[in-house]
Design a protein around this ligand. Sequence first.
Ligand SMILES: [Cu+2]
Length: 143
Amino acid sequence: MKKFVLVGVVAVCVIIAALIGTRMLTPPPAELDLARSKTSVNGTYLASIEPETEPVSVGPVHNWVLTLASADSTPAAGVTIEVDGGMPDHGHGLPTEPQVSRELGDGRYLVEGVRFNMGGWWELTFQIESDVGSDSVTFNLML
Ligand SMILES: [Cu+2]
């Protein structure tokens, strides 16, 4: 009887490991929106991102420029931005803590210290605060 319990426990462990493994290998949604320009979740901002160097690759720490305008296309000034992100398929965040270090003018903001430490589907999320309103926008990247 004890032997059967042990076999059962082992079987459950194997199934759990297989499920986790499958999840890691699951391709991202086919309809994944890879646009680098989009409207924030609540329509408060028009946002676009551009890496300082193309192509974006796995490994090096690098910077991005985030450009923000209000819905009527006026460049957004004096904005507070928090950067977050990670890999939705893997359940982990970014390996670094990117910061918006400088306002470059014309609604452009320098995002420093971004790093991707593996290939796959990444998300970059910006939480945006200003007089215009509070909103967030998430970009998808495939590396
Ligand atoms: Cu990952």
